[in-house]
Design a protein around this ligand. Structure first.
Ligand code: KG4
Ligand code: ZN
Length: 363
């Protein structure tokens, strides 16, 4: 079996995969949302301390309650980049020690490659090549994936990531971290959003993304409409549900839906252009933002119009999880692309090979 460990941000996750087939046998995530929500974002030191407590508990549970023995393991996979260094250090130290003491290979995995290939976990018919958009809290990368390990970066965000834009917009509207899923739920209550927001980089010959202008537009609109919230007054989705039905709720729904519609439109336009230029016949959406209902629906529509296939992971595999890390490790094992001996010098890095790629302009 392959044990996969993921601690790059605020979720501790473990998974077990069959060494031969790559099938996911077990997976579990311990969320830290309670630790961070009131701060409106992830507090790095709290995240590291959280992993220090939850990762050993997850592995203890695996042994004690699920009955797996350390002797069953044939390799340990771990996210080594990119992410919060303190968080990565916990997972890497743990994985390194485990692999070293068991005398089994340690397989370092790029978190972004994990997200990019996550749809393979849920779709048996997905194949290379494909156009993949990884849209998460830290990244927005449009990638042409030719084969396992052969990736061309076609565009990326020049400022905020898509998930970051969702979280920041939500925070300005008064919602706790992570605000992306809250905007998604609230936006679904407003079928006809009416606020006009700018489409970033509209008409520009680029496959890059930009969200800082949109974020500023949301800020001014929220201020004008009396919806702008101070940092110390953030509420949860449940708090929102408990509020009386009034003008404020109507406006906040409209703003959430207008923002979400604009986000979906920017992603639709970039993917449409990239598909036109590359002629690729598979479109893949992954990363936390792939859980967004409007973005999924708009890319599904795009794929249908172009008569191509659209793939996104199941919801649990959109956001951070260890199964996606184990899957990349399994592919590395199959390709022989790993060291039998544990690299005792392995260090976490804020940059992964994928996010170090230069953008290839197709214009
Ligand atoms: O991939 P992920 O779990 O972590 C990173 O690698 O960053 O992504 C987390 C991001 C957060 O910004 C969160 O707000 C966003 O994904 N997200 C969503 C939704 N679910 C999660 N954004 C919009 N709509 C959603 N339904
Ligand atoms: Zn992630």
């Amino acid at each position: 079996m392959i044990l996969a460990i993921e601690t790059s941000c605020d979720d501790s996750a473990v998974a077990l995969l069959d060494y031969e087939t790559g099938e996911v046998i077990y997976e579990k995530i311990s969320s830290q949302i309670n630790l961070h929500e009131k701060f409106g974002g992830v507090v790095p030191e709290l995240a590291s301390r959280g992993h220090l407590a939850s990762l050993p508990m997850l592995l203890h549970h695996l042994k004690k309650d699920e009955g797996y023995a350390l002797e069953d393991l044939k390799a340990v996979a771990v996210t080594y980049a990119p992410g919060l260094i303190g968080s990565l250090l916990i997972g890497v130290s743990y994985a390194k020690t485990l692999a070293w003491t068991q005398g089994i290979p340690l397989i370092p995995v790029d978190h972004l490659e994990g997200h990019l290939l996550a749809p393979f976990l849920d779709h048996d018919d997905l194949e290379f090549p494909f156009l993949g958009l990884v849209a998460s809290g830290g990244h927005t990368h449009l990638i042409l994936a030719q084969a396992f390990g052969e990736y061309q970066l076609l565009g990326k965000t020049i400022d905020d990531a898509a998930g970051e834009a969702f979280d920041k917009a939500a925070k300005m509207m008064g919602f706790k971290y992570p605000g992306g899923p809250v905007i998604d739920k609230i936006a679904q209550e407003c079928k006809e959003p009416t606020y006009e927001l700018p489409i970033p980089l509209r008409g520009k010959k680029t496959l890059n993304f930009s969200y800082s202008g949109l974020k500023t537009a949301v800020k001014y609109l929220a201020q004008e409409e009396g919806l702008y919230a101070e940092k110390d007054k953030l509420i949860s989705y449940q708090d929102y549900l408990n509020l009386p039905e009034d003008e404020y709720k109507k406006k906040i729904r409209n703003l959430a839906a207008s923002f979400q519609k604009t986000m979906a439109e920017t992603i639709y336009l970039r993917c449409r252009e990239a598909l036109k230029i590359t002629g690729v016949e598979r479109l893949v959406l992954s990363g936390g933002v792939a859980a967004n209902s409007a973005i999924r629906a708009s890319l599904e529509k795009l794929a249908k119009n172009r008569k191509i296939r659209f793939y996104a992971p199941e919801f649990t595999h959109c956001t951070d999880n260890a199964a996606m890390i184990g899957q990349v490790a399994w592919r590395k094992i199959k390709a022989g692309a790993f060291d039998e001996k544990v690299d005792l010098t392995l260090n976490p890095s804020p940059f992964s090979p994928l996010n170090k790629l230069e953008v290839t302009s197709l214009f």
